[in-house]
Design a protein around this ligand. Structure first.
Ligand code: HEM
Length: 560
């Protein structure tokens, strides 16, 4: 016991207090040291002479607070709201997450440099990326000059390369999996019709669906529904916690329960990853084998987990926002219905003309026996000829890109605009910021799929370059499964349009429709700031006239 102004304090309390005090003092010193090092580096390489330190800090972003940096701002004011406020007016914004600078690039030329040049590499992630860093360093040292891939053809070739055997294998896998995607989407829509509305909305149901579908397509592993739901919850819980820790560095210190939950989710994901890796050993010659390549046991687990997370966190988020946007924009839905109907009629005529189908009557009787018949006849070839559906998907990925952040690490010292980037510094591109930048997009907040129609517009809409539209990133480390993701989204969209005709976005606790017609926020110009995880929570999707739609399908009518 010690006595403080006459009050006797137990030893454990004053020892604990002293430990906290020392911890805070150490952290404070480290944060002042980090700020000093960063701004000292900046002043040495400053291009503008005017203004002192205060002016320099203001030009780069919000001033950091010792210990917290800008974490509270990013969390309380909102991640996307804060980035929107600071990144639209400067090409490179510097925020502080605790004592680490969080550098966000929002100028398209600089985004190109970060994503598509050898000056930046993907940071270490599950071990296998460290090799990429080593290789890039060698390239850099040997050439002494950074190689920037020029915009346009060379980059397009790197991304779309039809000669790339891995990409070819993915396209083959995608085409061969179209019937599975159609059957699974029909099943999902049926489940949604029957499922009770929960306050969380339909996210868990849709995510479990994509866990099952992608485990089957990629690993040929069949999962029971309950297990898919459990794995989906673990993936989504770990993803949410990871995003929160990205902006709040001290979260782990104060949230014991969150730590335990995070740990449990990670253990569940690791155990499932080991099962997937074992399943991979039992099969051979698939796209996944080509993508994983020849790596060790740990490398393989890392790649399998990366694939699992990449495929099952993003597609459900994109799927719900896409259906939500279509359900709230009558004009878009009508145009989609017309395009799909015309495409199917054209296809039916061609097939009855070349005798690959007996006649239309045979097709119709098929349909009454099995209401899903016509949908199950959808082929990959048919799906390829739906430009408006493609545009709808791309536009919803523009408004709600599922990936919150793309990170790259500087191989050597670099200069991005006015900001000096020391070697090893992580630089970020936030797809949502690029997609909502008024300098690059017309009517930036409007849901307007038409901007993705026309020559070259499928790559970047009405924005000036590929680097303004980055839902799948760009460059050598862009999404490896983008074509599979787009195919899965397209199948779901077509099935929803055909099966439900019309559907509504409903609020689960009241069952009332959320929005009808117009724009998501009611006005064209107001910005809708999504949550950090980009999860469409609280959105439920249901047919507006379930009984009428069932009857219409049974009658073989695919029109509205
Ligand atoms: C709408 C759905 C999807 C979106 C928006 C998306 C987006 C992205 C983005 C932005 C990256 C790059 C991350 C970075 O640079 O840090 C990425 C990487 C990746 N994605 Fe996707 N993805 C989607 C679906 C899928 C699917 C279905 C698969 C599986 C087939 C997949 C497999 C991968 C893989 C393997 C990587 C890592 C590539 C590498 O590190 O080289 N993604 N994805």
């Amino acid at each position: 016991m010690r006595s403080l102004s006459g009050v006797r304090v137990p030893r454990i309390v004053w020892l604990g207090g002293a430990a906290v005090g020392v911890g805070v003092a150490v952290e404070l010193t480290r944060s002042f040291w980090a700020f000093a090092r960063w701004y000292w580096g900046q002043t040495r390489h400053q291009r503008h002479e005017e203004g002192g330190l205060r002016e320099l800090v203001r030009r780069q972003g919000p001033p950091p607070v010792p210990l917290w940096g800008n974490s509270r701002l990013l969390l309380r004011r909102g991640y996307y709201r804060t980035l929107h406020r600071y990144c639209m007016e400067r090409p490179v914004g510097v925020f502080w997450v605790g004592r680490s600078p969080f550098v966000v690039v929002s100028d398209e030329r600089l985004v190109q440099r970060v994503l598509a040049s050898a000056a930046y590499v993907k940071p270490r992630y599950f071990g296998y990326r460290s090799r990429a860093m080593k290789m890039a360093l060698e390239v850099h040292r040997a050439s002494e000059r950074v190689r920037v891939l020029t915009e346009g053809k060379r980059q397009a070739d790197a991304e779309d390369n039809a000669a790339n055997p891995t990409r070819r294998a993915l396209i083959a896998l995608m085409e061969q999996s179209t019937p599975d995607m159609v059957a699974a989407s029909m099943q999902l829509l049926g489940e949604l019709e029957r499922a009770p509305l929960s306050p969380e909305g339909d996210f868990a149901t849709v995510q479990a669906h994509y866990v099952r579908l992608n485990c089957w397509i990629l690993f040929r592993m069949r999962l029971p529904a309950a297990e898919a739901l459990r794995i989906g919850r673990a993936i989504s819980g770990a993803g949410d916690e990871f995003s929160l820790r990205m902006v709040t560095p001290y979260r782990g210190w104060f949230h014991g329960l969150a730590n335990l939950r995070y740990f449990a989710h990670i253990v569940a994901i690791l155990r499932f990853g080991r099962r997937l890796a074992a399943q991979l050993d039992r099969t051979a010659g698939t796209w996944v084998h080509a993508w994983v390549g020849r790596v060790g046991r740990i490398g393989k687990l890392g790649k399998v987990l990366g694939l699992l997370m990449a495929a099952t966190q993003t597609v459900p988020v994109a799927a719900i926002w896409m259906l939500h946007l279509v359900s709230t924009h009558d004009r878009v839905r009508q145009r989609l219905q017309e395009e799909i109907r015309e495409c199917m009629e054209r296809d039916r005529e061609t097939r009855s003309a070349d005798g690959s189908v007996d006649d239309t009557a045979a097709n119709a009787s098929d349909l009454s026996a099995n209401p899903a018949g016509q949908l199950l006849l959808l082929t990959a070839a048919q799906l390829r000829h739906l430009p408006y559906a493609d545009a709808v998907i791309r536009e919803s990925l523009r408004l709600y890109p599922p990936f919150p952040i793309l990170q790259r690490q500087a191989v050597a010292d670099d200069q991005l605009g006015e900001v000096f980037i020391p070697a090893g510094q992580v630089v970020s591109v936030v797809p949502w910021v690029m997609h909502h930048h008024p300098a690059y997009w017309r009517d930036v907040e409007c849901f307007e799929p038409e901007r993705f129609l026309g020559d070259d517009h499928d790559r970047h809409g009405d924005a000036p370059s590929d680097y303004c539209y980055v839902p799948f990133a760009r460059g050598q480390r862009m999404c490896a499964g983008s074509s599979l993701a787009l195919a899965e989204l397209k199948v779901l969209l077509v099935c929803a349009v055909l099966r439900w005709g019309e559907w509504a976005s409903v609020q689960p606790d009241t069952g009332r429709e959320l929005f009808r017609g117009g724009d998501v926020n009611g006005t064209a110009e107001s910005v809708h700031f999504p949550p950090l995880s980009m999860k469409p929570l609280g959105i439920g999707l249901r047919p507006r006239h379930p009984h009428r739609d069932e009857k219409r399908l049974a009658d073989g009518d695919t029109r509205r």
